[in-house]
Ligand binder design. Structure first.
Ligand code: MTE
Ligand code: MO
Length: 466
């Protein structure tokens, strides 16, 4: 299947530069205009005014990147290397004082490892999405500054002093909590992934989004701290015989309201203020957000201001007209909550280039909204043969698991794929199998196997196979 390639801009190609694991940027793929765009992240299609600019910017950047090719650093001899033989400035001078950076920042050499908006996708007013650079991350935890962002109406700096959470509906004692009230309640800390239901959405339309940042970057994984929903509802005397659902309402202007299934939410949902050991970042819902493990990101309501217990689903706008799946029958599938088992190879991935034949540590991430990852298989020949990868421990519920596998590249073209299996026995499907059931007109909930094509010159690009 031939893929339509997505345009990318000068600014956007720099993100390939992270030379982790012996790879680096060489050149971006040829580009055509994309036609199928994800309405969740772009309600009005391509922005005509940006096209010309992007093409121009892209050519300039491409020139620069190709010039860089002339000196392949991996092949360079280290004999007489001044980087090791000569005393460096930092060995002979005084370093910076402790107080010069009261809140630590990444090295200036990591400046390209940032959240990015997808090339070719229009920002509709403040409604926007910025993707996590999965290609440059290690392990399982997303650093707070790189957590993906998805706002339906922009983000705010809410004042925790005046922020309130109301609990009402089928509860004996309706209450309004301050942040201090909440933070006195028993708390838990749990590591979970959050994935937007539209993650990997462009792949439904067979659009060759160039990098893993844009194919899978609406995924993050953090340790969240807060009060278990079950404890909070108990405190308010919720009627859990009649109350089967809960409405979660956000404090922003998007009117973000989602129906939460109480039976599963009572097991592990958290009303959270902490993320990776500090308070939530403003863009991720400071001071309070709902953490609904395994469930699509839209239900993780940010700037959480109200929880209402009820006996029926609400059919709010974000569950009646958005986040629904158009099936081949023409019917919409509604209330798809669980993010099914999924995985992706992050190195090598689209936009990177292997510098030479030989040994590589192929690595990636696997997750399942239903439980733990049991196994990840990796194929180097487009799915004909599979080998089982090593899983890093601990393997946690509804959390990201890191996998690694040794590989010796012989220099010939290859198709790299990963296939995750969770502890319910569910196996991540090939895209064709998913399309057979789901059709081609979905936007959301694509958990198909991702294929990366490796050319004999070492370039890696996004393809669809099987
Ligand atoms: N109040 C509110 N909550 C919200 C949203 C929003 O726009 N407003 N966006 C939702 C969507 S669609 C997703 S995918 C996640 C994104 O969370 P993040 O920005 O912390 O990554 O938040 C969800 N919660
Ligand atoms: Mo989302």
């Amino acid at each position: 299947m031939t893929k339509k390639q997505l345009e990318i801009s000068a600014q956007d190609i720099n993100h390939f530069e992270k030379p982790a694991h012996g790879t680096r940027l060489v050149k971006a793929p040829e580009h055509f205009l994309s036609q199928d765009l994800v309405s969740d992240i772009n309600t009005h299609g391509l922005d005509e005014s940006r096209r010309g600019f992007m093409r121009k910017g892209f050519m300039t950047a491409l020139g620069g990147a190709t010039a860089g090719l002339a000196a392949p650093f991996a092949m360079a001899s280290t004999e007489g290397d001044p980087a090791i033989l000569e005393k460096q400035e930092w060995q002979t001078t005084l370093g910076k004082n402790v107080a010069t950076m009261p809140y630590g920042l990444p090295s200036v050499y990591e400046a390209n490892l940032i959240r990015r908006e997808s090339p070719g996708l229009t920002r509709v007013s403040a409604a926007s999405v910025a993707f996590t650079p999965l290609q440059g991350l290690f392990g399982t935890i997303t650093p707070n500054g790189l957590h993906f962002e998805r706002h339906h109406q922009g983000w705010y700096n809410l004042n925790p002093e005046t922020h309130r959470l109301m609990v009402n509906g089928l509860v004996k004692n309706p209450r309004v909590f301050t942040m201090s009230d909440l933070m006195r309640l028993p708390s838990v800390s749990r590591t979970h992934f959050i994935e937007c239901g539209a993650n990997t959405g462009l792949e439904w339309g067979n659009v060759a989004v160039p990098t893993v940042q844009y194919t899978h970057g609406m995924l993050s994984c953090c340790e969240f701290t807060g009060v278990p929903l079950s404890a909070l509802l108990e405190e308010c005397g919720a009627d859990l015989k009649k109350g089967k659902y809960m409405l979660a309402e956000g404090g922003d202007g998007s009117g973000m309201t989602r129906t939460i299934n109480l039976e599963s939410a009572l097991k592990d949902t958290i009303v959270a203020w902490g993320m990776n050991g500090e308070m939530l970042r403003p863009e991720n819902g400071f001071p309070l957000r709902l953490v609904v493990p395994g469930v699509q990101g839209v239900s993780w309501v940010k700037w959480l201001r109200r929880l209402e217990v009820g006996d029926m689903p609400w059919n709010s706008k974000d569950e009646a007209i958005h986040y629904i799946d158009l099936m081949p029958s023409g019917l919409h599938r509604q209330f798809t909550s669980i993010q099914e088992c999924k995985s992706v190879i992050t190195t090598p991935s689209g936009g990177q280039q292997l510098l030479d034949k030989g040994f590589y540590n192929v690595t990636g991430m696997a997750w399942s909204g239903r439980g733990k990852i049991k196994r990840v298989d990796v194929s180097f020949d487009g799915g004909n043969n599979w080998r089982t990868a090593r899983l890093e421990t601990p393997i946690l519920m509804k959390s990201v698991t890191r996998f690694n596998i040794d590989w010796v590249w012989d220099g010939s073209p290859a198709i790299l794929q990963s296939r995750a299996i969770d502890d319910t026995g569910y196996v991540q499907p090939p895209i064709k199998m998913l399309r057979d059931v789901r059709g081609t007109r979905s936007i959301y909930h694509n958990n198909a196997i991702q294929s990366w094509k490796l050319d004999s010159n070492g370039e890696v690009s996004n393809v669809q196979v099987g």
